[in-house]
Write a protein that binds this ligand. Structure first.
Ligand SMILES: C[S@@+](CC[C@H](N)C(=O)[O-])C[C@H]1O[C@@H](n2cnc3c(N)ncnc32)[C@H](O)[C@@H]1O
Length: 277
């Protein structure tokens, strides 16, 4: 992660840390999805040591602790403000860029929700996590796909995160080391009364870390008109999150099960869901 991007993302999330938790309802639903997928994939009731990357205000942390016995958790985040999260959940805090830091050895679960999109090379982190797990260790991770915030992309906004990646890329990145047990994609559309409310949502959740737009009155008026025209619906203007996620496990004493490209229907990568508001 470049120093400039890292500073910008850190500033953006630190600034919005207090508004994030309430405003980030898609991220809360994504954390639900991920923990649900982990439980359905047959995860054990207890993880001896958990490493969570990009914990933020703890949407995923809370759900992991509710679902599983996690006696030893290490929470990482770029933003020092997330130290509060670690305190709240009785965890050790590891502050800094997840890709650059040393990790605790042999975590039985590496988890991360809605963070890897901030990395210029998210798959480097995914591959590192796959290698770091011991035999029998679990990975549960979500990011965002290329269709994330399609409305903003269509309108030429610079607010997109740099590391969007399709779900099959997540599966391919871990395949040399892990068995992929589940892998999916969910579209989560939100509806707002106006394009200005969309911008407010982006500010409150800190997900506009990349945006460097100078909003003159004329530019804002053009943006609002185009947004309403292209993405106005009876429910309001849309903003669509495209979550991608994966649950995988390092095999015990054997090479991971290889899936050929023709495995299509049987592949755990087949899951796509569209969710209403
Ligand atoms: C959208 S929030 C998600 C937080 C939480 N996992 C959730 O599901 O609500 C993304 C978090 O990742 C953190 N982050 C971004 N880049 C990071 C990096 N390179 N290393 C560690 N944390 C990072 C941000 O500071 C922010 O708290």
């Amino acid at each position: 992660m470049s120093a400039l991007l890292s500073q910008r993302v850190q500033r953006s999330f630190s600034r919005s840390f207090h508004s994030y938790h309430e405003a980030a309802c898609p991220q809360a639903r994504i954390a639900d999805l991920l923990v649900g997928a982990l439980a359905r994939a047959g995860a054990p009731a207890r993880f001896g040591s958990v490493l969570e990357l990009g914990c933020g205000t703890g949407h995923l942390t809370a759900r992991l602790q509710r679902q599983f016995d996690c006696p030893q958790m290490t929470l990482n985040d770029l933003s020092p403000a997330a130290c509060q999260t670690a305190r709240q959940y009785g965890a050790t805090f590891l502050c800094g860029d997840a890709l650059a830091l040393d990790w605790p050895e042999v975590p039985s679960l590496i988890a991360s929700a809605s963070m890897i999109q901030w990395l210029p090379d998210p798959l480097a982190l995914v591959r590192r996590a796959a290698r770091a797990l011991p035999e029998g260790g679990w990975l549960a991770l979500s990011g965002f796909g290329p269709g994330h915030f399609r409305e903003l992309s269509a309108l030429g906004s610079q607010a997109q995160a740099p590391g969007l990646c399709p779900r099959h890329a997540l599966a391919a990145a871990v395949a040399p080391d892990l068995d992929v047990l589940a892998c999916g994609e969910d579209l989560l559309p939100l509806y707002f009364p106006s394009p200005r409310e969309v911008l407010r949502h982006l500010r409150r959740t800190g997900v506009n870390g990349q945006a460097r737009q100078n909003w003159t009155r004329a530019r804002l008026a053009r943006f609002e008109a185009a947004y309403r025209q292209q993405f106005g619906t009876a429910q309001g203007v849309s903003l669509t999150y495209q979550a991608v996620w994966i649950v995988a496990r390092k095999p015990v004493g054997a090479a991971p099960i290889r899936k050929s490209a023709s495995d299509g229907a049987a592949s755990p990568c087949g899951h796509v869901r569209h969710r209403g508001p």
